[in-house]
Structures are given as C-alpha cells and as structure tokens.
Ligand binder design. Structure first.
Ligand code: ADP
Ligand code: ADP
Length: 228
C-alpha cells in the first residue's frame, strides 16, 4: 500500500505547451482518485509519469514519501490496467495471471505462484476459466483477467487507463461495481483515468479535473455534484 505525491509535476514534449503543467496532488494511502478531462488534457501522460513509462520534465514524484523520479517502472511496484487488456492470446488465463510473477525470476516458487494465481482468480470469479485462452472469454472476463494480473503482484497501487472503455454499456456498469468493490475490499491506492461521467461520479473518493495539462479542480464527487 502506498501514498503517492505529485509535487509540481511538469511534462513537456518538445517545445509545445506542456502536456502536464504544474500538477500537485497528495493521494492518500488507500484512496481511489479519479482523473477526468477532455481528450488531450494530459490524463494518460500523468498516469504514465506515475508508473514510470514517461520521463518527468520537472517536479517530484514520491511514493510513500520517497522520490522515485528516476526509478524504473519495475522498481515502483505499481500495477497498470490498460483499456485494451494487453492479454497474451497464446497463454491461458492461468498463465496470463501468473505472467508478472514469472517475470520476477526466482522470486516465487511454483507453489507460491499457484497459490497466488488461484487466490486472484477466486477473488475475480475466474476459477472456472483458468485453462481457457483469451479468445474464448467474454469482454468482462478478459477485463477480469487483466485485473487478475494487476492484483496477483501485491502491488502498492493500481493505475487504470480507461479500463472499461471498450465494453458495452451493460458490462461497463457491472464491471464498475466490481472494481469499486474490489478496490474497497483490498483498500489499495488507485488512480483511475476515465472520460465516463458515471464512473467519475460513482467510483472515486475524489475527482481531479484536468484541462490543458492544468489541474482545474479536485474534490469529492459529492462536492462536485453540489456546486452551483
Ligand atoms: P489524454 O490522455 O487526456 O487524452 P494525453 O496525455 O494523451 O491526453 O496527451 C496530452 C497532450 O500531450 C496532447 O496534446 C497530446 O497530443 C500530447 N502528447 C501525448 N503523448 C505525446 C508524445 N509521445 N509526443 C508528443 N506529444 C504527446
Ligand atoms: P489515448 O488518448 O487513448 O491515451 P492517444 O491516441 O492519445 O491515446 O495516444 C496513443 C499513443 O500515442 C500514446 O503512447 C501517446 O503517448 C502517443 N501520442 C499521443 N499524442 C501524440 C503526439 N502528438 N505525438 C506523438 N505521440 C503521441
């Protein structure tokens, strides 16, 4: 578990207007923070800076109070869930979930991997599907496998990049409820990018609104809803 502090974060690509412009947010341990804003406002860039896929131009990023600007993504121990699932089509559900554990070579025994994969699958109601390949799963099940891969690692935080945007409306509603329950049950710090109003207003503890790279507002859904 982790607190994440964004301290005057700036990202410039080339000479243009900064994609992320002096953003400061304290994300508490266990908090569910939603990032919203129009396309191109810098949501993905900010998420990628946190996870370590994008260099920070200036400012500081702290995880549990420690500066991690120069740390490799692997060392940050954060789990990212993407909108396109990024599952391996040739691997079974079991092996897709086990993948991050197998990457950290030698760290986990086969027994530990088996126990962790089965626990994650059980949490996500995937026990029956462990031997299937992604092509034989529904969209919602695939999304759960992607979640499984995130939770199996005991990461300090989850970062979601519009994880439900490829699902139909019914499934999106269902997965929204599942993610909210999972996050509360696990109490794990989460940053969730969306441009879906309902997700923004129902999922998070706080909503951060970005516009042209600038943090416009940060408030609870209730405060945002009640303001004139
Ligand atoms: P969002 O996720 O809110 O749609 P992005 O973070 O993808 O926004 O993009 C923010 C701004 O940065 C946009 O103007 C986009 O064109 C620009 N941008 C994003 N990635 C790159 C890149 N690799 N090179 C140059 N400009 C980029
Ligand atoms: P999304 O809005 O879903 O994040 P985009 O289509 O904006 O996806 O970006 C897809 C990829 O292209 C990302 O890796 C992003 O960093 C990169 N990108 C976005 N805008 C630009 C840009 N103006 N120049 C170069 N790369 C960009």
């Amino acid at each position: 578990m982790a607190s994440i502090t964004l301290n005057h974060l700036v990202k410039k690509y080339g000479d243009g207007f900064p994609a992320v412009n002096d953003v400061s947010i304290d994300i508490a341990d266990g908090e569910f923070l939603i990032l919203v804003g129009p396309s191109g406002c810098g949501k993905s860039t900010l998420l990628r800076m946190i996870v370590g896929l994008e260099d920070i131009t200036s400012g500081d990023l702290l995880i549990n109070g420690q500066r991690v600007n120069e740390k490799e993504p692997r060392e940050r121990n954060l789990s990212m869930v993407f909108q396109n699932y990024a599952l391996y089509p040739h691997l079974t559900v079991y092996e897709n979930i086990a993948f991050p554990l197998r990457l950290s070579k030698g760290k986990f025994s086969d027994e530990e991997i088996d126990r962790k994969v089965r626990a994650a699958a059980s949490t996500l109601d995937l026990d029956e599907h462990l031997e299937r390949k992604p092509a034989n799963l529904s969209g919602g099940q695939r999304q759960r496998v992607a979640m499984g891969r995130a939770i199996v690692r005991d990461a300090d935080a989850f970062l979601f990049d519009e994880p439900l945007s490829n699902l139909d409306a019914k499934l999106r509603g269902q997965m929204r409820t599942e993610i909210a329950q999972l996050q509360r049950r696990m109490g794990i710090t989460s940053v969730y990018v969306t441009h879906d109003q309902t997700e923004a207003m129902t999922l998070g503890d706080r909503v951060a609104v970005l516009k042209k790279g600038i943090l416009q507002q940060i408030a609870s859904p209730r405060e945002l809803y009640e303001q004139p």
